[in-house]
Write a protein that binds this ligand. Structure first.
Ligand code: AHR
Length: 653
């Protein structure tokens, strides 16, 4: 774990671009040319490229879940933050006498949701109640509908109704509704609000009409429009960006979130499914992680829990890859360990998760899945044992997990950890031990300077072709620099890769760089996203060898390449990064191709200005453009523009 500060400039993005080239190329290795001859050996297809080569890493960091992908507008909706009134303020319209109390017993569901708010009005007037500030404000759109819901019970008097207002920060009303008919039992009341203007900093008011006492809990304002229009669904614009990448897998829930600062703050999947008020809120470990980016209002409501995660994976066509705690809290924090003899509970969680995902509906966990609305299995094929763990303590725990899980589920691949850095003593120790243990996939993390990527362009060329495969599970270039290594060309060793972190709220981030930025209503993808996307949607099915100036060796320089064959469409795919500030004239030879379509396609991501960035107002300033590619013969000339990634697709006839 190593965080850099603010958002990187285009130079860092280009680096990541090259890194993606490189890293994403952990599989598809890129080569470098001193001069200008690229030969793609079209008639020598090599190893298959796994569908999982390019995927996604999701963690609830930077308001990635609550306040982000999970579009609930009310912060601290169940009054369960340690300060139960955080995010809420008393609202007094002047002529009403009222009081607010928080109780921690007698709620609709005392475990785990014991707190609720009591609104007591002695003398009725224009209104008394509370205001919720949302996640750095509440985003609403003109003409959009929002579901309001609340659990409430009448204690005494005759509170006639609860007025629900959405207003801007100057008090101008944007939408309103009412709920009424309260009884002395807890009940859920719902209503719909249509907002008349777009506002990214609105707030929600709850005002009691009449006099009396009302208890309230589980307050929600939720957009009707979600991905697939699901109730409790996910934010549409963000899922769209994910789906458009055609990711091979979706890693979840992280990241250090898996581990927690202490074991009791680890991610426990069973507390994240079922009724929302059954989900146990905990502190988000990024709340206090960086003292220059403290985020005191960062908690995990788990509204986006494991069921929503499996649905999301299915929606975007990605294989789920859940990462489970293996009895170790974050080693950058407490390093707390579950004793080896107490690991059963952790292993049982893993077994139950596999059952929840895959077992028939006649079993307890399969039935649970069906009750939640998904009788068909999710077809889980892999899980991770621990996140970024290291040391003999990890190996001891991994070994026990692997023994039990492999015996019960021999076809479920296990992802194990190579620690937080891509080399060094910890890394070497873990690789050696995990190789002995015949691990399936080893998760390498690289948050490194761009130079490292360039220097490691050939990183995977000499990895053994037998034994564990590589999962480049978290990577990003974290400073300004130049180029990097290769994943595509080593797809027989590197089977999976994912850039990290994925999301960042522009006003609530803890870590940069991130792949997608958003505020309460809008979002934009970074050039790094477009690099990932270009690689992912142009993956191909078999590696093609590439020679740069006659050499198959990766090197240092300004051009990096990889190539693949897409057997589904019979196309040759060539990817070239030009890291130079000048154009490169290159002769391309698609050697061994008998006949080619005369016209192909080129997708180009480029920018003359290395400081260029995308933004909410200009989201595609640096984004791929598509050009027609003229292919007069098997050998042809091409000019690669400065600071560019070019992906060519040419059909074989
Ligand atoms: O991606 C941010 C953090 O980096 C992850 O939580 C952790 O696994 C790594 O240290």
């Amino acid at each position: 774990m190593k965080a850099s500060r603010p958002t990187p400039s285009l130079s860092a993005k280009l680096i990541t671009l090259v890194c993606v080239f490189g890293f994403v190329f952990v599989q598809a290795q890129i080569a470098f040319a001193q001069t200008g001859n690229i030969t793609v050996q079209v008639d020598k297809p090599g190893a298959p490229i796994p569908k999982t080569l390019f995927g996604l890493f999701f963690e609830d960091i930077n308001f990635g879940a609550d306040g982000g992908l999970y579009p609930e507008r009310v912060k601290n909706r169940s009054f369960e933050f340690p300060n139960p009134m955080m995010g809420w303020k008393q609202l007094d319209r002047g002529d009403t006498k009222g009081e607010l109390y928080v109780f921690d017993h007698g709620s609709i569901n005392d475990t785990p949701n014991s707190h609720y708010l009591r609104i007591k009005v002695a003398t009725a007037g224009k209104g008394f109640g509370v205001m919720n500030e949302g996640f750095r404000g509440i985003g609403v759109e003109k003409g959009a509908d929002y579901f309001f819901s609340i659990s409430a019970r009448r204690i005494d008097g005759s509170p006639a109704a609860l007025r629900v207002e959405v207003e801007d920060d100057s008090g101008h009303l944007l939408g309103q509704t009412k709920v009424s008919g309260f009884t002395t039992d807890w009940k859920t009341y719902t209503a719909s609000v249509r907002t008349t203007e777009t506002n990214n900093k609105a707030r929600l008011n709850l005002l009691l009409e009449g006099s009396g006492t009302l208890d309230v809990d589980m307050v929600s304002l939720y957009p009707k429009m979600t991905w697939e229009n699901r109730e409790n669904g996910l934010r549409y614009d963000l899922v769209k960006l994910l789906k458009e990448m055609r990711p091979g897998f979706l890693r979840f829930p992280g990241g250090c979130i898996v581990e927690g600062r202490y074991l009791d703050q680890r991610y426990q999947w069973k507390t994240t499914i079922g009724d929302l008020d059954d989900r146990r809120l905990i502190i988000n470990r990024w709340n206090t992680e960086f003292n220059w980016r403290l985020t005191p209002d960062y908690y995990q409501s788990f509204g986006l829990g494991y069921f929503e995660y499996f649905l999301l994976s299915e929606d975007i066509g990605a294989e789920p890859l859940p990462i489970l705690n293996c009895g170790m809290a974050c080693q950058f924090n407490s390093s707390e360990l579950a004793p080896l003899e107490d690991l059963d509970h952790y292993i049982q969680d893993a077994i139950d998760l596999i059952e929840f995902a895959n077992a028939p509906v006649t079993t307890a966990w399969g039935r649970k899945r069906a009750e939640l609305g998904h009788p068909a299995p999710f077809n889980l094929k892999m899980i991770g044992v621990g996140n970024e763990q290291w040391g003999p303590q990890y190996i001891e725990r991994y070994e026990i997990f692997a023994r039990v899980l492999k015996e019960k589920y021999p076809n479920v691949a296990l992802v194990s950890s190579a620690g937080p850095a891509p080399d060094g003593e910890r890394f070497d120790f873990l690789w050696a031990k995990l190789r002995e243990l015949k691990a399936d996939l080893i998760d390498e993390h690289y948050y490194m300077a761009p130079k490292w990527f360039r220097d490691n362009a050939g990183r995977y060329d000499n990895y053994p072709r037998t034994g564990p495969k590589v999962f480049a599970g978290e990577y990003a270039a974290q400073s300004v620099g130049i180029a990097s290594p290769d994943i595509d060309r080593n797809a027989d060793v590197v089977q999976m890769s994912s850039y990290a972190p994925l999301f960042g709220h522009l006003e609530a981030w803890q870590w940069t760089p991130n792949m997608i930025w958003f505020d309460n209503l809008r979002s934009y993808a970074t050039p790094n996203y477009y690099v990932q996307k270009l690689f992912s949607v142009n993956r191909g099915t078999r590696i093609l060898p590439v020679l740069l100036d006659g050499s198959a060796k990766n090197g240092q320089g300004e051009l990096f390449t990889s190539a693949s064959l897409d057997e589904r469409t019979s196309e040759v795919i060539l990817k070239v990064v030009n890291t130079a500030p000048s154009a490169k004239e290159v002769r391309i030879n698609l050697a061994g191709a008998k006949t080619l379509a005369k016209v192909g396609k080129a997708f180009i991501l480029e920018s003359a200005d290395l400081k260029a960035e995308n933004s909410l107002d200009n989201p595609t300033k640096v984004a791929p453009i598509e050009r027609q590619l003229t292919v007069p013969a098997v050998e042809f000339a091409y000019r690669f523009t400065p600071n560019s990634l070019t992906v060519m697709r040419v059909a074989l006839r």
